[in-house]
Design a protein around this ligand. Sequence first.
Ligand code: SF4
Ligand code: SF4
Length: 700
Amino acid sequence: METVLISPAQATIVGIPTVIFSLLIPLIGVGVFAYIIARRLKPLVLAAPDQRFDHFTQRLLNMLKYAIGQYRHLRYMDAGVIHIFLFAGFMILSLRSITLVLLGISEGYVLPGMGGPVGVAYGILKDFAGTWILAACVAAMVRRGVLKPERYAVPPKYGKDHTWEAMLVLLLITGLVTCDMVFEGSQAAAQIQKGLKTELLVPGTGTWFATHILSASPLDRLQNLHLGAYFSHEMIFFFFLCFLPFGKHFHVITSLPNVFFLKLNRGTVKPVQWGVADDQLDDLESFGVKTFEDFTWKHMLDFYSCVDCGRCSDNCPANAAGRPLSPRFISVKCRNYSFAKYPLYGQPVNGRSLIGNVLEEDEIWSCTTCGACEEECPVLIEYIDKIVDVRRGMVDDGRVPQSLQKPLGALEKRGNPYGKTAKKRADWIKDLPEDCNIKILEKEETADVLYFVDSITSYDDRIQEIGRATARILLTAAIDFGILGPAEKDSGHEVKRFGEEMLFQKLRDHNTDEIIKSGVQSIVTADPHAFNALKNDYQSLPPVEHVSQMIARAIKGGKIRLKEVEDNGVTYTYHDPCYLGRHNGLYDIPRDVIDAIPNLKRVEMSKCKDRSFCCGGGGLMLFYEPEEEIRMGNLRVKMAEQAGADVIVTACPFCLVNIEDAIKTSGLEGKMEAMDLVELIERHMVHDARLNGSTFKVPG
Ligand code: SF4
Ligand code: SF4
């Protein structure tokens, strides 16, 4: 196409051919960028190993879903829409940016395959993309600068606000698309003035507007604008590229690989060290994460990828309760530390212990491992494994909170955190009616199914009711089951998550031997923590189910029939236990079981299913005395009250303890009640065949 204006590849400025600048700017830009990236990769090279190169296809699909498809962004609708427009626009304009760089070197350059109708179609698309990017930048600036959503705020103890950085990046993006519009618009205006052919101008786009605004400008001004816009675009583009690795916008580069390498097996905890078998752990000089380099390379990549969006902390129950933990700042602090320790010039600074310098002990013990942060993060950053790894380091150094020392000692000595004797472990069955005969598999009796009771249900007077209700349900459903009784020890679920790996392994090995010896075909438990431990932390066991799954099948198969709800003036709500829902995906089955009771009225709380709010944590969390402003259980009870519920049904003994306690301390005793799913079902089981039963569909 004949053009009026001289292109950046052919022009001269004070006698100097501009092609020199067209070559120098990218060469310097790419060189500086490569140097910065090489420095940023340095700690990753020194980091602990991580196994993330398996399941290539699954990883690729995850990347398409979460990174390219921006799957989690719409969980926050307004910010999500803006981000999706920016991201999609960026993807489209990336080809244009490459073309522009090469246009400065070779006049009229066209990328291979981009000639003819494909090029015309792309030209239209990129004009629209540039325009919507401009609109998205304005919307994002208004959100950041005027509306200021609370989740972006930085409490003084965590350092400085990063709004300036977000604003600068938005201005740079605005500059990039505007320069391209002026570059093309000046060309088109000149062509029109001379009655020559132009590129297709799409009405309503930024380029179209630029053409119209510039249509009356003299040719020499158009020429200056054309070259000025081109070189401004190049300068901004390469400055932007080199600026990215300096802060939270590093995610533009790292989030794609970060999502590709995401953890695939939820509910598990990473090994103490990848590549070191359990029986070699004694040979390790040190356990867990104590210095920055003890993190795995993937965990460091997480730090680089954090967008600083605050979605994790916005959903973190510990943060909501005023505990000294905000997951977002674990990433931000560690990223800042990494940048400071591995500067762009010179040698790395001598390392310091993470605890006390970057992270605080209370911060790390405050986490309930509920998984809300990981469920929410748009770039799938992991927290639980990191927190457990730091706890392992603290345990190795003998830094265990005072309140946890006694239960941990009791677990070591007696296999339960209460310090009770093993022979009392099956005492809860004594209060069952005489016709409820429970087999104790230790006594050489066999059964099809093992009911794994775990410590709290075995020893806590209130929670023993869950054990008895479970037993009665299993008997009614004609399931041949037994318990291990004194041979059972704590599942060790929380022991593992509190960083006591060696103690966990002792408990796991003992229980595994006893379960295998019992000869059962499957395992059922009413405790989601035991369920998660047996399913995800143990190996080589028969299949494990939560009791809600078994009840659902029994109702479907007609083995359990349910009568009309006892009091149809009462409204129920279901609280998702973290280790049933988020960690194991069981959201619908417990709800279907509740809804199978005819005429039961159930409402959802504002935070439910994968956004459920932790009750305060189970296992050893019951013994931990954190610094907090309000208890998580009280916040949860408030949510139930706001939903109009009179009864909170849960499916976890620890949730029941926390919620019952919160009902009392919230002054709602007598007005609100909490019960376990098995108690609700046991109360509504039909023993009289003449009564109407219910029917419902069990998923799968
Ligand atoms: S796992 Fe739960 S408590 Fe721990 S940091 Fe994440 S959201 Fe907070
Ligand atoms: S960890 Fe994820 S959710 Fe939290 S601030 Fe960083 S990017 Fe946002």
